[in-house]
Design a protein around this ligand. Structure first.
Ligand SMILES: [Zn+2]
Ligand SMILES: [Zn+2]
Length: 444
C-alpha cells in the first residue's frame, strides 16, 4: 500500500502537489539479508557507520554486521554501551566523535532515540542516512525533524529525512510489548488529529486535504480492526501497524507540516514530556502519552457534542489579561516558559481580536461543529484497545500527579499555534470546567 505514495509527485484535487522525501520503504521478512544489501550495492556505498545500542545489536545490528561482512561492504560499528541512550549532547557528541569520518552512509539500527541521534549527526556531517527499524513504537521513522534534548529542553531540530527505511516484521513483532503498545497509542492519536484538522477547517478555514486525511483514516481503520492480532503479536498485523505509522509520516510530508499527525493529544504528550524532563523523572514512551492524551481529547469532543452554547453570554465573559496568563504559564512550564510566552506574543492566539473572529465562525457553524464532535470515534474505542494491550489509559497510571495532569489539559494548547478542540473549549469558556470534570473523575 505504501509504495504507491512514495518516490513520486501526486497532483492532488486540493490544488497542491504532494511529494514524500523518502525514496525507499521496505517492510519484509529477512529485509536485512535481501533488500538492504541490494540497496547498498545498487547505490555503491563503500563505507558505513552502523549505529546501535546493546539491545538493538542483539535484535538486529549483529545480523546487519554479519551480512555486511559476507557481502564485503566495509563498515565501522558504533555501539552505545549505556543501558539508557538519550538524544542529548552527550550521545550526539559521542557519535560525532566516534563515527568513521570517511563513511559515506550512516546506518541507524534502532527506533526513536537512535534515529533521532543519527538523523541529526548525519545532517551535520552532510552524509545520507538510512534505518533498520527495530520497534513499531512511533511514527517518526521518516520524519525530517529530530526531537533532541538541548540544555535540558526537548526541542525539534529540522534536519533531513532518511533515504531508505528497512523493517522486518519478525524483528518488530519481538519488540517489547510496551513499545508495540506505544506505536498503537501514537497511531490512535491520529483519530483526534484528523478531527482537530476538520474542526480548524470549519472555524479558521485552514487548508485541508481530503486525499491526505483519507490515507490516514484508512491506516487508522486497519489498526483498529486488527487490534486483536496486534495484541497477539502476529507478524502480519505488526507489519500493518508499522506501515500505518509510516503512512502518517508520509502524510506529514505531503502536507508540509505535522497537521495530519499531531493534534492536541500530542500537545498534552509534549507538555508531560517537558515536565518529566525538567523534573528529572524517568521518560515514558511517546506513544504511551499520546494514547492517554487521545482518550482525553476524544472525551473533549464528547463534551462539545453535549454543549448548547449561549454565544451572547460567551462574548461577554471576562478573560484573563496577558499578565495573568503569563503568571500561570510560568508556573506550568517552569524553565521552558520563555518559548511559550514568545509564541503567544508572536501569534496572539488568545488575543481579543483572534478570539472574536473564531467565536463568530464557531457561532455561524455550530451545527457543523456539533455534528463533527458527534461523529468522531468515541473515547471508549481507544480506551478499550489500549486496555487490550495492557497500556496505560489515564495519566496517574504513568505517575502523573493530579495538578500536572490538570495543567496538561489547560495549557497544552499554548505549545503550538495550532487550533484544536482544547482551543475551542477555551474560546467557549469551558476549558476549566472540562479539565475539572476529567481530573475529578481520574483522581477521585
Ligand atoms: Zn491534497
Ligand atoms: Zn507521535
Amino acid at each position: 500500500m505504501i509504495e504507491q505514495y512514495i518516490a513520486k509527485s501526486i497532483d492532488c484535487s486540493c490544488g497542491r502537489t504532494h511529494r514524500s522525501r523518502v525514496e525507499t520503504i521496505e517492510i519484509k521478512e529477512n529485509v536485512i539479508e535481501h533488500e538492504l544489501v541490494d540497496f547498498l550495492k545498487s547505490k555503491g556505498y563503500k563505507k558505513l557507520t552502523v549505529v546501535c545500542d546493546k539491545n538493538t545489536y542483539r535484535v538486529a545490528a549483529g545480523k546487519v554486521c554479519r551480512v555486511l561482512e559476507q557481502n564485503q561492504i566495509s563498515f565501522k560499528l558504533h555501539m552505545y554501551q549505556e543501558d539508557s541512550v538519550l538524544p542529548n549532547e552527550h550521545f550526539i557528541g559521542n557519535l560525532a566523535m566516534g563515527m568513521a569520518l570517511d563513511s559515506d552512509l550512516i546506518l541507524a539500527v534502532g527506533s526513536g532515540t537512535i534515529n533521532d541521534i543519527c538523523r541529526y549527526v548525519s545532517a551535520v556531517a552532510c552524509k545520507p542516512y538510512c534505518i533498520v527499524g527495530t520497534a513499531p513504537s512511533m511514527d517518526g521513522y521518516i520524519s525530517g525533524g529530530s526531537a533532541l534534548i538541548y540544555n535540558n529542553l526537548k526541542l525539534t531540530f529540522e534536519t533531513h529525512t532518511p533515504i531508505a527505511v528497512f523493517l522486518d516484521p519478525e524483528i518488530l513483532a519481538h519488540a517489547p510489548k510496551d513499545m508495540i503498545a506505544s506505536g498503537v497509542g501514537d497511531l490512535l492519536g491520529k483519530i483526534n488529529c484528523l478531527t482537530d484538522w476538520r474542526l480548524s477547517k470549519i472555524v479558521n478555514n485552514e487548508w485541508h486535504c481530503d486525499f491526505i486525511s483519507d490515507i490516514v483514516d484508512a491506516a487508522i481503520q486497519k489498526v483498529v480492526t486488527n487490534s486483536d492480532n496486534i495484541a497477539a503479536g502476529q507478524n502480519e498485523a505488526i507489519a500493518d501497524l508499522v506501515e500505518a505509522l509510516l503512512l502518517s509520516g508520509v502524510c506529514m510530508d505531503f502536507a508540509g507540516n505535522s497537521r495530519p499527525a499531531s493534534g492536541c493529544e500530542h500537545h498534552m504528550s509534549h507538555f508531560l514530556e517537558m515536565r518529566y524532563l525538567l523534573e528529572g523523572r524517568e521518560a515514558v514512551f511517546h506513544g504511551t502519552k499520546v494514547g492517554i492524551g487521545t482518550v482525553i481529547a476524544l472525551r473533549a469532543y464528547e463534551y462539545v457534542a453535549k454543549l448548547n452554547p449561549d454565544f451572547d453570554k460567551i462574548k461577554k465573559l471576562p478573560r484573563k489579561s496577558f499578565e495573568e496568563w503569563e503568571k500561570e504559564i510560568r508556573l506550568a512550564f517552569l524553565g521552558a516558559s520563555d518559548e511559550i510566552v514568545d509564541l503567544e506574543k508572536k501569534s496572539g492566539k488568545n488575543s481579543a481580536k483572534r478570539l472574536e473572529a473564531r467565536l463568530a465562525a464557531t457561532e455561524a457553524n455550530w451545527s457543523g461543529i456539533k455534528a463533527l464532535a458527534d461523529q468522531t470515534v468515541k473515547s471508549k474505542v481507544v480506551y478499550d484497545i489500549l486496555k487490550q494491550l495492557d497500556a496505560p489509559t489515564k495519566p496517574h497510571e504513568i505517575g502523573v500527579p493530579k495538578e500536572m495532569a490538570r495543567q496538561a489539559i489547560l495549557y497544552a494548547k499554548e505549545i503550538r499555534d495550532r487550533y484544536t478542540v482544547l482551543q475551542l473549549l477555551w474560546d467557549l469558556g469551558e476549558l476549566e470546567r472540562f479539565a475539572d470534570l476529567i481530573i475529578d473523575e481520574y483522581y477521585s
